[in-house]
Each structure stands twice: as structure tokens, then as C-alpha cells.
Design a protein around this ligand. Structure first.
Ligand code: FNR
Length: 399
């Protein structure tokens, strides 16, 4: 018997190939003034000139534009949403011990992940349904990430093809849900590599999908099939082929590395013992994550799990990333001080894709703006904390 809450992410055959104008459900972005969504640029020399947004206003602007089933899908957590609603406060609760008199006249947010140079440690977490937020979908997100000097993890469920994403010249990784059909999984990974993906993110916290409550219609009732899994030819496949595999083991890491020819990042790690196992099984990196509170409700906050995991893999050389609830530059500073090399943001990118940027029309400009804003806030927080480079953001900065 499938556990409660298991859902197949495939549409019924009757709903596939529904023709529809792209994003014709979006409410036009009108009447938004710069005054409403902007704030003064603090420490302008550290900040990029992008339009600044307050995250809660960006979230509300996205909710105002989207039909309820889509915005519910973007924002919901699993079960009673306890983990999802605690994520931001967990970062807010970190307290700093700032350094003084450190000559912060030059501050750099530049870093590397898996050897790739980036202008920022703020990267794009894998999420699905980008085409529900903007007609250009994941292509717009990739362009926005590239403009901000960031990197994007592209969901297995992407509504745009890997080739289209590869053509943007963005740095990107494939997020991989290992499917019951391993041959299909292998084909997805190899197609992504051929299109330019430089790593595979194995999402390991989803043997079954967390159960979610919908107030009315669900996202699957309103979004056309083509907005999802554009890289999988579903014709002739049994529904079960697309179910997520529930029999993964640490050996899956080496299997995925071999079939893809790419380094593997394991996402969804919340325990030091798992982090050690994953690193010794050949993972190039671990991503501390509770899936944005969308899997096991009442899981620990990523910020609470991060320090023990960073300590556990320190000797192995595996890189450590974190996601979940990161909304401000201070949160990024806290994450790096607690042991992360980079952070990934999920919902803020979806909100920005829907309604970000100077015009409020979202798209690549919106994504670039929110990533640049977080990066600029990080630079500002670094100056205040007395850290000139990302490597100077060390654990002693945290109380
Ligand atoms: C996700 N997440 C996710 N993770 C993954 O590995 N593959 C996926 O396809 C998705 N899809 C997805 C859709 C939506 C709408 C959300 C909100 C999240 C989880 C995601 O990668 C990340 O772990 C969290 O979103 C991080 O939390 P914040 O930044 O959204 O608070």
C-alpha cells in the first residue's frame, strides 16, 4: 500500500495537452509604484543598483497576481505547516558578534561552488511550475540567475527543456528525483548533462510526497500539463514510471554519478550521521534542507541542523549548502557563519518571477532583482560584521 499522502505528479490523460495562452491567469501588474516596493539603498557603494524589494511585499504582490491554486502551491507547507512557518524565524533568531575596525572599504561576495566562480553565494533552489508564474518559465529564471552571477538548480519537473535552459548560458545543475523507472532517470540525467548541467542534485527527502491540504482546487486542476516535466516524454509510459523511487540507498549516489558523469549533491540532509554516510558514499556536497517544510512536518529547521552537519563533513571535503526560509542578507550571513558555503532560495524566486523587478512584471528582471537584492544585503551585512570576503564569515561571528 502506498503511504498516505503519496501523490503521482502526472496529470490524467484527459488533461494533458490542454491548449492555453501562456499565463493568461496572471492579473496584470498595474498601479504598483516604486514607492510601494522600494526602499532606500543602504550603503550604495556595496549595493547593486537593482530595484530593492521587501520580501513580504514581493510575496504579497505575487499572491495578488496568481490564481489561488497556484499561489497556494507556491507557498504551502505539508500537513499543518509547522516546519514551513518556523523557517524564517529560525534564521531571525541567530545573533551575531560583529567585528569592528576591520577596514571594510572593499567587500566581496564572490565565491565558488564545486569549482564554479559565482558573484554571490545566493543560488536558486529547484522548484517546479515556473511557467505558472511567467510565460518564459525556467528560461526566465535561468536568465535572471545568470544576470545576478548566480547559479540555478533546475527541477526534474521543469516546464522548459534542458536545451532551452542550456542556451541561456546560465550556470545550472539538474535537480534529480530518482524515479521508479531508473532507465528514465538515467535518460533525464544524461540529457541534462548534454545540455550543460554541471552537477546533479539528488533530492533524497522525497520517497513519498508530503501531504498537503488544498483549500479548493489544487494546482494540478488548473495548470496545463505542458508546464511540468517538459523533459520527459510521457506517451506510452505507465503512471507508475513517474512515481518517485522509495527504495533509494547510499548506493544511489554512486549510481547517479556514474550514469550522469557529474558530481552529485545530496539535498535533504538534516542529520550529522546521514551527512557522514552521504559524504563517504561519494557525494561532492550535502544540502541541508527540509524541502521548504513540504515533506515531513515538524522536521527541524535547516539553521538548527546546519552546524552539526558542517562539522560532520568538514574532513571529507564535501561542500555544504543550505536552503529554507532565507529571506534577507543577514540570513545568508548567518548560514555561512554556521557552516554553509552557499544558500539556495526557493519561494522568493517564484515570487520574483511572478511579480518582481521594477515593473512588477516578474520574469528574468524580477529574478535578477531579488537575487541581487539578497546579495547586496549580504554585502552590507558583511561590512557591518567586519567580514570582507565570504571566507571571513566564520563561526565566531555567531553568538
Ligand atoms: C520546492 N522544492 C523542490 N525541491 C526539489 O528538490 N525539487 C522540486 O521540484 C521542488 N519543487 C518545489 C516547488 C515549490 C513550489 C517549492 C516552494 C519548493 C523545495 C525547494 O528546493 C527548497 O528546498 C525550498 O523551497 C527552500 O525553502 P524556501 O526558500 O522556499 O523557503
Amino acid at each position: 500500500m502506498r503511504p498516505v499522502g503519496h501523490t503521482c505528479t502526472r496529470w490524467p490523460a484527459t488533461q494533458r495537452n490542454i491548449a492555453r495562452d501562456p499565463c493568461d491567469w496572471l492579473v496584470p501588474a498595474t498601479g504598483r509604484t516604486d514607492a510601494k516596493l522600494s526602499m532606500p539603498l543602504p550603503a550604495a557603494r556595496l549595493m547593486q543598483k537593482d530595484h530593492c524589494v521587501r520580501m513580504d511585499e514581493l510575496r504579497q504582490a505575487a499572491i495578488d497576481r496568481l490564481p489561488p491554486p497556484v499561489s497556494e502551491y507556491f507557498n504551502q507547507g505539508s500537513a499543518d505547516g509547522i516546519t514551513a512557518s518556523a523557517a524564517v524565524a529560525a534564521w531571525d533568531n541567530v545573533r551575531f558578534r560583529p567585528r569592528i575596525l576591520r577596514d571594510v572599504s572593499v567587500v566581496s561576495t564572490a565565491t565558488t561552488v564545486l569549482g564554479r566562480e559565482l558573484a554571490t553565494p545566493v543560488c536558486v533552489a529547484p522548484t517546479s511550475m515556473h511557467r505558472a508564474a511567467h510565460a518564459d518559465g525556467e528560461v526566465a529564471t535561468a536568465r535572471g540567475a545568470a544576470a545576478a552571477g548566480s547559479l540555478m538548480a533546475v527541477s526534474t519537473n521543469s516546464g522548459r527543456t534542458f536545451e532551452e535552459i542550456g542556451a541561456t548560458a546560465a550556470a545550472w545543475w539538474l535537480q534529480c528525483y530518482v524515479l521508479r523507472d531508473r532507465g528514465l532517470t538515467k535518460a533525464i540525467a544524461q540529457r541534462a548533462k548534454a545540455a550543460g548541467a554541471s552537477a546533479v542534485v539528488l533530492t533524497a527527502d522525497t520517497p513519498v510526497v508530503g501531504r498537503k491540504h488544498n483549500a479548493g482546487k489544487g494546482v494540478w486542476d488548473v495548470v496545463p500539463a505542458g508546464y511540468h516535466m517538459a523533459n520527459i516524454d510521457q506517451d506510452g509510459l505507465p503512471d507508475s514510471a513517474l512515481d518517485k523511487a522509495d527504495d533509494l540507498t547510499p548506493d544511489t549516489i554512486s549510481w547517479l554519478r556514474e550514469v550522469s558523469g557529474l558530481p552529485v549533491v545530496v539535498k535533504g540532509v538534516l542529520r550529522a550521521d546521514d551527512a557522514r554516510i552521504v559524504a563517504s558514499a561519494g557525494a561532492a556536497a550535502v544540502q541541508v534542507s527540509n524541502h521548504g517544510g513540504r515533506q515531513l512536518d515538524q522536521s527541524v529547521a535547516a539553521s538548527d541542523a546546519l552546524p552539526e552537519i558542517a562539522a560532520a563533513v568538514q574532513e571529507s571535503g564535501a561542500e555544504v549548502y543550505v536552503d529554507g526560509g532565507i529571506r534577507r542578507g543577514e540570513h545568508v550571513l548567518a548560514a555561512i557563519a554556521l557552516g554553509a558555503r552557499a544558500v539556495f532560495v526557493g519561494r522568493p524566486v517564484l515570487w520574483a518571477l511572478t511579480a518582481g523587478g521594477e515593473t512588477g512584471q516578474g520574469g528574468s528582471a524580477g529574478v535578477a532583482a531579488v537575487l541581487s537584492q539578497l546579495t547586496a544585503e549580504l554585502g552590507h551585512a558583511m561590512a557591518l560584521a567586519g567580514a570582507r570576503t565570504v571566507s571571513e564569515i566564520t563561526s565566531d561571528l555567531v553568538a
